[in-house]
Design a protein around this ligand. Structure first.
Ligand code: PLP
Length: 459
């Protein structure tokens, strides 16, 4: 029984899988916040290049991966599928555990899977410069890497508190040639407004998104090179690009004659979860028995406690209204260490699949995630990102359940990234500084008050 299951380079998937073609309930359209009418491709044109907007609204089942994108993905793909043999021995439960190692990419997570195609489509559209936001720096570093591969300028607005406390990913961005500024910055109207109210603002992802979007839409008027905006999760085209993970995993499992009973991924905006799971959701829609679990923090329980509503994607209310599970755009999650999972919303595609009962959401406590991550490191060796540890905590829960039920199970989990730049979080855990935090119901209700009067999606 192999520990690592590889694909040859020529076995890399040539097409992405678009779940919009197979969903039992189609996704409801994003709405213009002023008119409450569905937004058309033209409305998005100042923000994204048209070739990516076409992917965003496409219902074609398979979308060809351009050769120039495949050439770049081959730098680290296909990624190995591991059998977690050491962890299995340690757990002594009737489970086989497979994990897809997305930590082998240059930026150390799954995010380059979409950063590369996004940079490519911008490049062929004639865009010279990409503006984006980043929290802890995972997306900013992935996009900086991708821009360097295609000779594009990258401008990253990084949440100030992270910019100051977490220098390593900022330095990765600089190494790849990107410009990274702390947000709120003095370079945009949005940033200046926030600073006027609070000169010491620590920033937030919502503010940084507003700055990056403003940078993109005002670039021509302000004489900057043609700039568009890029987002690292949530949107349909981002989830589409990530499906290469699950498509590879299907081929790899077929090599060893296995098929998962359970597929698990952590979910911040939903992209790595969608990436591993959507090809299996396709099978499930076609009648296959498979349990599909998306894992989030108790402190930011978007899927498990946030209602399905139309809401803004950002704090400053600049995006279209998206139909999704949300805690409200004004919601500010507790500062847990899985920065990538601190988002008030969830990808509309993932949200709809939850409503349709195809995806099962689950929330886990922070301390359990670090316990899982430490046990993982002491068995499998790899040190996981704090976000990834959420998926691992659910793996442990499912292994235990299989033992209690006396059932043999095959578990597939997406190991979304390594934690080598996140060791301060492990330090805080070892020093006993981390706590479990559950969202009080009244805080959720208060944050959702901001959505009164918004249009409601259908059930
Ligand atoms: C950003 C990130 C996540 C969360 O983002 P999704 O879009 O939900 O995948 C999870 N794991 C890692 C390692 C990340 O960098």
């Amino acid at each position: 029984m192999p520990v690592k299951i590889f694909l040859n380079e020529d076995e890399i998937p040539r097409e992405w899988y678009n779940i919009a073609a197979d969903m039992p309930t189609p996704m409801q359209p994003p709405l213009h916040p002023g008119t409450h009418q569905p937004v058309g491709p033209e409305d998005l044109a100042p923000v994204f290049p048209m070739n990516l907007i076409e992917q965003e609204v496409s219902t074609e089942r398979w979308i060809k991966i351009p050769d120039q994108v495949l050439d770049k993905l081959l730098l680290w793909r296909p990624t190995p599928l591991y059998r977690a043999v050491n962890l299995e021995k340690f757990l002594n439960c009737p489970v086989k555990i497979y994990y897809k190692n997305e930590g082998v990419s240059p930026a150390g997570s799954h995010k380059p899977n979409t950063a590369i195609p996004q940079a490519y489509y911008n490049k062929v559209f004639g865009v010279k410069r990409i503006a984006t936001e980043t929290g802890a720096g995972q997306w900013g570093s992935a996009l900086s890497f991708a821009c360097s591969q295609f000779g594009l300028e990258a401008k990253v607005y990084m949440v100030r508190i992270s910019y100051e406390q977490k220098p390593y990913r900022r330095l990765m961005m600089n190494t790849w040639g990107a410009t990274c500024v702390p947000s709120p910055s003095t370079e945009t109207e949005a940033g200046r407004k926030v600073l006027a109210l609070d000169p010491n603002s620590p920033g937030s992802l919502g503010i940084a998104i507003s700055e990056a979007v403003e940078d993109a839409v005002t670039s021509e008027a302000q004489g900057r090179p043609l700039t568009r905006y890029a987002l690292g999760s949530v949107l349909n085209h981002v989830l589409l690009h990530q499906t290469i993970i699950g498509l590879e995993a299907q081929k790899q499992l077929a090599q060893v004659g296995d098929y998962p009973d359970i597929v698990i991924g952590c979910a911040g905006g939903g992209s790595n979860f969608a990436g591993i799971s959507f090809p299996f959701v396709r099978d499930k829609i076609a009648g296959k028995q498979v349990q599909i679990i998306a894992v989030e923090p108790m402190s930011c329980p978007t899927m498990t406690r946030g209602p399905f509503l139309y809401d803004f994607g950002d704090t400053m209310q600049m995006t279209p209204l998206l139909p999704m599970h949300t805690l409200g755009h004004a919601f500010i999650p507790a500062p847990v260490h899985a920065g990538g999972l601190r988002y008030h919303g969830m990808a509309p595609l993932v949200s709809q699949l939850i409503l349709d009962g195809l995806v099962e959401p689950r929330a886990v406590y922070q301390l359990d995630t670090f316990k899982a991550g430490v046990t993982w490191a002491r068995t499998e060796g790899f040190i996981s990102a704090p976000e990834t540890n959420h998926a691992l905590a659910a793996v442990f829960q499912e292994a235990k359940k299989a033992k209690e039920e006396g059932k043999e199970k095959v578990i597939l989990v997406n190991w979304s990234g390594h934690g080598l730049v996140d060791l301060a979080a492990y330090d805080a855990f070892f020093q006993g500084k981390l706590v479990d935090y559950e969202m009080p119901q009244d805080e959720i209700e208060l944050a959702l008050k901001a959505l009164e009067g918004f249009p409601k999606p259908n059930f």
